[in-house]
Design a protein around this ligand. Structure first.
Ligand code: ADP
Length: 443
């Protein structure tokens, strides 16, 4: 980029120099032409005033000494006198442009360049009172050769300007490129380096992406650390119990108990791994998600009947309200959403409590809500329960088979469906989590 900008600056300055030179030569050439013609007119008027031409035949004035040629042309165009050439062989001059103009307007002028010698002839003609035309001509060398002495100065000047242009191009390029290079080298202080307001939106986007990447990397690292930690506990217990059995340190009764502990830890590992796999699937899913027309109420009926036994174990009553409500969504995800919300409502409930699942709709939304009469979530935890592995009461979560990932999966699914989550909860009274799905606008 640096080279390209430098090159463009150079081309620009060289073009400017050459154009200036060309225009100067053209202007000087025209000024010179006008000046010579003006001189010729002045000479003619002075000479006419002196009366030397009153009697041409016996004129004493030597025109060729002044580099002039004098011609007298009769009314019919026939040359009557010429100071340079023998008039006998001369053709009729009626059609010469300066003569034609003089006959018409009183005076005429013309410049003709001989292509062979490169000389320019300046003609000025005046109509006399008797109708004849008096013409004075001046021969000049090639006009460019007159300008030639100034060419070396112009060339030196152009070279000096070209060098100056190259130096300036180098510094200007540097001043444009340096902040960009600095920005590329130090992504953390973009704001303080950036001097171009046009680059600001670009910088903001880069900075946001940079922050996102950093945040994602931090999150991933934290997640990996959490996963390892979560896997460690059940594995340690499996390893410990099996070692005791292996070393014959457990009697028959213990073996059964230890086998039960191992079984429970293995189940816990399976649930954890299932949830972790599900979350990473949702994170990196490149598959096209299939959305279909579902009856959310019908799905809730199935979910409630599946969890009925589990609820009974916790001495919790399950209720379902609402009516058939259709929604465009992914079936598997909706099942997971319903299951996770209802399962939590049962697990964090009180003995003799209840869970109410309701499916309904407003003009803009299809609403699913799961309300319990359980332990509630303290205010300071409300914003964090949707984070991965975040639990209010770790031991209760673990006791009831929680992984700390259920609500993180819920949040993911809700975002995937462009829906909104609402959480209302009061300690000791209960919790209500609602999901508001947007209805497709018609037309
Ligand atoms: P877990 O597997 O531990 O239940 P979740 O992600 O489903 O993990 O929930 C995160 C935390 O939020 C839980 O540990 C619990 O403290 C709290 N929580 C979730 N649902 C409820 C609820 N209905 N009532 C009270 N607390 C809840």
């Amino acid at each position: 980029m640096k080279k390209k900008i430098n090159m463009q600056f150079l081309i620009m300055s060289l073009t400017a120099i050459l154009l200036t030179l060309g225009i100067s030569v053209a202007v000087s050439y025209n000024v010179l032409k006008k000046e010579i013609m003006q001189n010729l007119k002045t000479c003619t008027h002075i000479l006419m005033g002196t009366g030397v031409f009153d009697d041409m035949e016996h004129m004493e004035y030597n025109a060729s000494k002044d580099n002039l040629r004098i011609t007298l042309i009769g009314e019919d165009g026939k040359v009557e006198y010429d100071s340079d050439v023998d008039i006998a062989g001369m053709e009729n001059h009626e059609n010469r442009p300066e003569i034609e103009q003089a006959v018409k307007d009183g005076e005429g002028e013309s410049i003709r360049t001989s292509e062979t010698v490169g000389q320019s002839m300046f003609y000025y003609a005046v109509r006399l009172s008797d109708g004849r035309v008096f013409r004075v001509a001046k021969e000049t060398g090639n006009l460019f050769s007159i300008l030639a002495p100034s060419f070396p100065i112009a060339i030196v000047l152009a070279m000096f300007l070209a060098v100056l242009g190259a130096v300036l191009a180098h510094y200007l390029t540097k001043s444009i490129v340096t902040p960009i290079e600095q920005m590329a080298n130090d992504m953390d202080h973009l704001e303080s380096i950036c001097t171009y307001k046009e680059l600001k939106p670009f910088i903001t986007t880069i900075q946001e992406q940079h922050d996102d990447i950093k945040k994602n990397a931090d999150m991933r690292q934290e997640f990996t650390a959490n996963v390892s930690h979560e896997l460690k506990t059940p594995l340690t217990s499996i390893s410990g119990y099996s070692e005791l059995i292996e070393n014959g340190m457990a009697n028959d009764e213990d073996v059964v108990r230890f086998a039960g502990e191992i079984h429970q830890s293995a189940n816990r590992l399976l649930t954890l791994i299932n949830d972790i796999i599900r979350l990473s699937e949702l994170d990196v899913s490149t598959e096209v998600i299939l959305y279909e027309n579902l009856d959310l109420y019908e799905m809730a009926v199935k979910c409630v009947s599946m969890l009925e036994m589990n609820a009974g174990k916790h001495d919790v009553t399950l209720k379902l309200v609402g009516k058939s409500t259709h929604l465009n969504a992914n079936k598997e995800m909706m099942n997971e959403l319903l299951y996770n919300l209802c399962d939590n409502a049962i697990r964090y409930n009180k003995k003799g409590g209840s869970v109410t699942v309701s499916v309904g709709e407003t003009n803009d939304n299809v609403i699913l809500s799961v309300e319990d009469t359980g332990i509630g979530i303290p205010d300071e935890h409300k914003n964090r329960v949707f984070e991965r592995f975040y639990r209010v009461d770790k031991s209760r979560s673990k006791q009831t088979g929680g992984t700390g990932l259920g609500l993180a999966i819920v949040k993911h699914i809700v975002a995937q469906h462009h829906a909104k989550l609402e959480l209302n909860s009061e300690i000791g009274v209960g919790t209500k989590i609602s999901v508001l799905f947007p209805k497709k606008k018609e037309g």
